[in-house]
Design a protein around this ligand. Structure first.
Ligand code: NAP
Length: 252
């Protein structure tokens, strides 16, 4: 039987603008952290910082959401690196292509779907199986408010995130009986490399530090669905309530 380390977490896409602070939040709570992403050298710098500031175990693992074949062995690699099956997993990776460019190039649409949806389902299913067998654990993924309603400005990304949200909803339903918590995180705009250079309404753009705090809190409380910041729940409620005949004429 695999041993279990309840106070440990794997952060997938650990170098994302917001994931860095999520990793910090877990380390602050005394969790051992496995950072997983594409750039080992950069992750080692983050790991050294977390070890020094929070005196926790922190290791780094190569992870590529698009390398589906590598996902089969990833849970085992994480278990070996942490010395035990981790308590939880948080999927932070994501990719958003320019919408207009993507409309002209199916490769970009495919990358959007493969990264945000197929890649996420592939790796989360691996952890789901291990946690379900163990009958405990927590899982979370960063979806997006973009998945709540399709908009002309980013509907490929929105379609992928809508799929991810539906997947997480079903996964939560499946894992409830085994005591595994599944948290869907729906951020609004955040000031990270993903939105760099975009013309966004400043008052609605969250700092990644505060967004990460809200996310970490929600995961630790085992929440089902959380909008970050909270007011996006109401914004999206209004946006979803606009009738389709009117919505299709709008540019929001
Ligand atoms: N920023 C926003 O306004 C916003 C709003 C709603 C939802 N989100 C979601 O929040 C999450 C975090 O995004 P962010 O805002 O922090 O953006 P970010 O700084 O651009 O981070 C995206 C991360 O995803 C990683 N990634 C991309 N493709 C990958 C792959 N194939 N395998 C592994 N990692 C991959 C990138 O890794 P590299 O460092 O190797 O490139 C990067 O670290 C994403 O899921 C995003 O969709 C963001």
């Amino acid at each position: 039987m695999t041993t279990f380390q309840p106070k440990s977490v794997v952060i997938l896409g650990a170098l994302s603008g917001v994931a860095r602070y999520i990793a910090d939040g877990f380390a602050r709570e005394g969790f051992a952290v496995a950072l997983a992403g594409r750039d080992l050298e950069e992750m080692e710098l983050l790991a050294a910082d977390l070890r020094e500031r929070h005196e926790v175990t922190c290791c780094c693992l190569k992870f590529d959401a698009l390398d589906i074949d590598s996902h089969a062995s990833f849970v085992q690699e994480t278990t070996e690196a942490l010395g035990a099956l981790p308590g939880g997993v948080v999927a932070c990776f994501g990719y958003m292509a320019d919408q207009t460019e993507a409309q002209r190039d199916f490769a970009l649409i495919r990358k959007t779907l493969d990264t945000n949806l197929t890649g996420a389902i592939s790796i989360l299913e691996r952890f789901a199986a291990a946690f379900e067998e163990r009958q405990s654990g927590f899982m979370a993924a960063l979806s997006s408010v973009a998945g709540d309603r399709g908009r002309k400005a980013n509907y490929f990304y929105g379609a992928a995130k809508a799929g991810l949200s539906a997947y997480l909803q079903g996964l939560r339903n499946r894992l409830h009986a085994s005591g595994v918590k599944v948290t869907t995180i729906k951020p609004g705009f955040m000031d990270t490399p993903m939105t760099y250079g975009m013309d966004l309404p400043g008052a609605l753009v969250a700092a990644p530090q505060s967004a990460a705090q809200a996310m970490t809190r929600a995961i630790l409380k085992g929440k089902n669905v959380v909008y970050v910041p909270f007011f996006w729940r109401y914004i999206m409620w209004i946006i979803r309530s606009i009738p389709e005949w009117q919505f299709k004429k709008m540019s929001i």
